[in-house]
Design a protein around this ligand. Sequence first.
Ligand code: 5GP
Ligand code: MN
Length: 323
Amino acid sequence: MDQIIRHIKDGQHLLIASHAEPDGDAVGSLVALGLALGKFGKKTTLYNSSPIPAVYRFLSGVERVVRHIKKANTYDIAIMLDCGDLVRIGEAASTINKIPVIINIDHHISNTGFGHIQLIDTTACATAEIVYRLIKALEIPFDKDIATSLYTGILTDTGSFRFSNTNQAAFAISKEMTEVGVDAHSVAQRVFGTYSLGRIKLLNMALNSIEISDNGKLSIMTITRSMLNATGTSPEDLDGMINYARRIEDVKVAALIHEIKNGAGKFSNMNRYHVSLRSDSSVDVAAVASKFGGGGHRSAAGFQIESTLVALKTKIIELAENL
Ligand code: 5GP
Ligand code: MN
């Protein structure tokens, strides 16, 4: 923390970024740190390679997030947030890799330890918790906008204070943030309260796709590109859907297979898939995801794979035998 503070104080132009396909923690941490360092008098650029999901666009400061960055020598410091692996930053990863000081702030157990300085706390409920500590250590006062971003990160990453990463800090920080003006009801309405009709129709298809292993301990939900096309939805609308597959009685591990790219030519049956894994925390799905080249947390992890759908489902169903 001391080293990071020294670098921030010396820095001229800071690049702050979070992982592609951002969730509430990736957006909230990014915006909160951007707003705070702005108040601290620093020149900052906020980067995310993906569009900001509609449900997080109410946060003040998201309009500053850009999808492309300038040459590496524009920035003297890069602060990577909620990103277990530099490649998860997306398109700008190779440019960022050339920035003189890379600071890696995260809470993923599978973090590769990339960069020059690492502030990784796997007991933190969200990256927003670590960003909160950093802002505090810099003695930057919290305001309603910073507080709302941090609160959104904690609220979403803890599944509304229900997941196993929910800790005392989640409540303590949230309490403090409400004292600075966070309106918990309004954030909840923005983030969870309204779905497009397309999203509800996609949910219907997703629920229909659920398959259960013979021993009842593993569930698979499958979402194809044609389902997204038919409902006019985008990948951000998948957020949280896997929880339906996880909630099923006796299920220990839930998998959500999401088709992200069609194969072409003679490989037309080989598609690229993102697989999300969730467990009831009796199973370490970060370890499972790591075997497939991915990572995450003990009870929430993911990986990408090139496969046919049938072969992928077989691989996942095989995991059930060990549960
Ligand atoms: P989700 O299933 O919501 O995409 O991700 C769940 C958790 O697993 C997140 O903490 C995320 O960072 C991690 N995760 C998901 N996909 C990947 C992946 O392809 N690689 C790595 N390293 N982590 C992933
Ligand atoms: Mn996170």
